[in-house]
Design a protein around this ligand. Structure first.
Ligand code: NAD
Length: 267
């Protein structure tokens, strides 16, 4: 197990990551556990959450898989109670669960709009409130991280609920930075470019159809068009950023968003 510069700051910390049974969240859980954190993999998909926790345990890490829908108040409350009962503390909460829907506004159903905004905005509210209530009682405070996107700063056609939700997360994060300061709670947002996870794999055919392009053309002309190197952002890029923010030692970094996108968006 390699020594990471942040290791002494994350060792034994309890980090709960929502939507961590897959993609970006799972990679964050693996990296944090490798550096000695006790991770909680909260996901809608019970089997996948438990499998991810087992995978981490098999590598010598400490992980708990918890099934919950971040949009369900009772399930969120029960999940955070389980964490408090198990570990007695919560140091990092990463609101990462999310979904995508690609369609122009004139075809978009209210159902599709609500599904995307519900998971990302309402889900982030419920998990933030539960985490905040725990962290404000701890002398050590805590760290809230939000999985934004380049779409927290930039729009793309056919993604109105996603772009709206990701912009909204910046507002929640900044408010938490202000409300959290008195309790030693910091809040920051990570804004990745395109990362090849199931969320993006699923979009490639949808975008190809909506743009009238081949899948290869969509990758080159839509997804990676403005990157400096025509490279996808990786789950490892995002996990390293999460570790950096989770272990940053002061309030100098709070209320911020960090864009991790191979230069697609420069702020
Ligand atoms: P993913 O589809 O691989 O993983 C999402 C996870 O969230 C899944 O395990 C799913 O079961 C879980 N989830 C969905 N709804 C949930 C709910 N209601 N309650 C609990 N869990 C739920 O996706 P990913 O690409 O790893 O995305 C993770 C986050 O990163 C999302 O917020 C996404 O918007 C953001 N993001 C992704 C990219 C990208 O290119 N992949 C870029 C920028 C931001």
């Amino acid at each position: 197990m390699s020594q990471h510069p942040a290791q002494d700051r994350i060792q034994d910390k309890v980090a709960l990551i929502t939507g961590a049974a897959s993609g970006i969240g799972k990679e964050i859980a693996i990296l944090f556990a490798r550096q000695g954190a006790r991770v909680v993999i909260l996901d809608l998909d019970r089997e996948a959450a438990e499998a991810a926790a087992r995978e981490i345990a098999e590598q010598g890490g400490t992980a708990l898989g918890v099934a919950a829908d971040v949009t369900d108040e009772a399930q969120v409350e029960a999940a955070f109670k389980q964490v408090a009962d198990t570990y007695g503390q919560l140091d990092v909460m990463i609101a990462n669960a999310g979904s995508q829907h690609v369609e122009p506004i004139h075809k978009l159903s209210y159902e599709a709009w609500k599904k995307v905004t519900n998971i990302q905005l309402d889900g982030s509210f419920l998990t933030t409130r539960a985490a905040f209530r725990q962290m404000m009682q701890q002398e050590s405070g805590g760290c809230l991280l939000y999985m934004g996107s380049v779409h927290s700063h930039e729009a793309s056609a056919m993604k109105s609920p996603y772009v709206t939700a990701k912009h909204g997360l910046l507002g929640l994060c900044r408010t938490m930075a202000k409300e959290g300061a008195a309790y030693g709670i910091r809040a920051n947002t990570i804004c990745p470019g395109y990362v090849k996870t199931p969320l993006v794999e699923k979009q490639i055919p949808d975008q190809a159809r909506e743009h009238g392009m081949s899948e290869e053309e969509v990758i080159e002309k839509v997804f990676l068009k403005d990157t400096v190197d025509k490279e996808f952002t990786t789950v490892a890029d995002v996990a390293e950023t999460a570790l950096y923010l989770a272990t940053f030692p002061s309030n100098a970094l709070t209320g911020q968003s960090i864009v991790v996108s191979h230069g697609w968006f420069m702020q």
